[in-house]
Design a protein around this ligand. Structure first.
Ligand SMILES: Nc1ncnc2c1ncn2[C@@H]1O[C@H](COP(=O)(O)OP(=O)(O)OP(=O)(O)O)[C@@H](O)[C@H]1O
Length: 323
C-alpha cells in the first residue's frame, strides 16, 4: 500500500536519509523509532509531500507522492499528517473543530460521529469550550480527533502523545489505536516512547545514521535486539560479557540484558558495585558498575551505596540473546 523505494534526502549538502526502502500494508500500524535528529519527522514530511526527494519514490497504492517541485499544494486527501503544530481553529469550539470535516447534510450522523470522536479523545465535557482556552495537551487531543474525522486512509503521526499527561496517556493510546484498527487506517507513528510502540505496533522501523538498521515486530526486536542502540530505544538495556555466567566461561560474546532481567544473588554472577538508587514507584532502578561499565537493574528495595552484589540472568534469556 505505502511503498518507499530507495529514498535519499538532504535539506542542504548534509545527507539526512539514505537508501530508505520499506512497505506498509493496508491497516498496518508501523512505528518509526530512532535517536533524536535521526530523521523521523523528515521522513513523515516526505511521505506527505512537503519536500522533494533527492532520489527514490514514494507510492500510496498506485499514486506517486510528489514534492513541491511537481505539486503546488502539498498533501493528498487520503493522507493526513498530524505534526507537532496542530492546525486548529482557536476561536471555535472543540465540537466545531472536530465536526468541521463531516457532512452537514447529515446532521444526526455528524452529531453521532463527533460524539464518538470526543469520547475517543476523552473530551466530551469540553465539547462547547473554545479551543483557545484549552491546555497544550488538550489541544493535541482535539488535533487527533480532527484528523480522525477526516477518515484518512494513511495517517502520519509525529509524537502524537508528547504533550499529554501520564494520567490520560495510557487510556488515550488504547482508545486511539483501537479506533484506528477498527477503521482499518494505515498508521505510521514517529515516537520516542516505547509505550507507544510495544503494545500497538505491528512493525517497528529503526533509523540510525541516515539508514534503516532494523525492521521487525515489536516482540522480535525486543527479545532479539540486533544491538544496544535498538534495545535502548525499547527499554533500559545493558551489554554484558556472557562468560560471567559459568556455563559460558569459554565464549567472549557480549549479550544485551534488560534491567528487569537481572536477579540479585548473594553468591555468584556478574559482580557489581552499587552507585545510585532511583525510586520508580513499583521498584528501584539501580545504577551499579562492573569493571568501569555502568550496569542498570531493577530491584524491589533500595541497595546501600557501595555494596557489592551479584547479578544473575536466566538461562532462557541468555539462550534467546545468543540465538
Ligand atoms: N527545515 C530544515 N532545514 C534544515 N535542516 C533540518 C530541517 N528540519 C530538520 N533538519 C535537520 O534534519 C535532521 C533530522 O531532523 P528530524 O526533525 O527529521 O529528526 P527527528 O528524528 O524527527 O528528531 P526528534 O526525534 O528530535 O523530533 C536534524 O539534524 C535536523 O537538524
Amino acid at each position: 500500500m505505502l511503498r518507499i523505494n530507495n529514498l535519499d534526502f538532504s535539506y542542504d549538502e548534509t545527507a539526512i536519509l539514505e537508501k530508505i526502502s520499506f512497505h506498509i500494508k493496508k491497516g498496518e500500524h508501523v512505528s518509526l523509532i530512532g535517536e533524536s535528529g535521526c530523521g523521523k519527522s523528515t521522513l513523515l514530511k516526505l511521505i506527505y509531500g512537503i519536500y522533494d526527494l533527492n532520489n527514490g519514490t514514494i507510492f500510496w497504492k498506485e499514486n506517486q507522492i510528489l514534492g513541491p517541485a511537481f505539486k503546488l499544494i502539498p498533501g493528498e486527501k487520503y493522507i493526513k499528517f498530524l505534526a507537532q503544530d496542530y492546525d486548529l481553529m482557536p476561536h471555535t469550539t472543540v465540537f466545531e473543530n472536530v465536526s468541521q470535516y463531516l457532512s452537514v447534510f447529515e446532521p444526526e450522523e455528524l452529531k453521532k460521529r463527533t460524539q464518538e470522536l470526543l469520547e475517543t479523545i476523552e473530551m466530551t465535557s469540553f465539547a462547547h469550550t473554545r479551543v483557545k482556552y484549552l491546555s497544550g495537551g488538550q489541544q493535541q487531543r482535539v488535533a487527533l480527533a480532527r484528523v480522525l474525522a477526516q477518515q484518512p486512509e494513511l495517517l502520519l503521526l509525529d509524537e502524537p502523545f508528547s504533550h499529554i499527561d501520564n494520567y490520560r496517556k495510557n487510556s488515550l493510546r488504547r482508545n486511539i489505536f483501537k479506533y484506528l484498527k477498527k477503521e482499518k487506517v494505515t498508521v505510521l507513528t514517529a515516537t520516542h516512547d516505547p509505550s507507544d510502540v510495544l503494545p500497538y505496533a505491528d512493525q517497528v522501523i529503526v533509523i540510525k545514521n541516515r539508514k534503516i538498521i532494523a525492521q521487525d515486530s515489536p516482540e522480535k526486536l525486543y527479545e532479539r535486539p540486533t544491538n544496544l542502540y535498538v534495545a535502548s530505544l525499547l527499554g533500559e538495556a545493558n551489554r554484558i560479557p556472557v562468560n560471567v555466567v559459568k556455563t559460558y566461561a569459554n565464549t567472549k560474546r557480549r549479550i544485551i540484558v534488560y534491567a528487569n532481567e537481572f536477579k540479585v544473588s548473594e553468591k555468584s554472577g556478574l559482580k557489581v558495585q552499587v552507585k545510585k538508587n532511583y525510586y520508580q514507584g513499583v521498584n528501584y532502578l539501580i545504577e551499579a558498575v562492573y569493571e568501569k561499565q555502568k550496569i542498570f537493574f531493577y530491584h524491589t528495595t533500595a541497595i546501600e551505596k557501595g555494596k557489592k552484589v551479584y547479578l544473575n540472568i536466566s538461562i532462557e534469556t541468555i539462550n534467546q540473546r545468543l540465538s
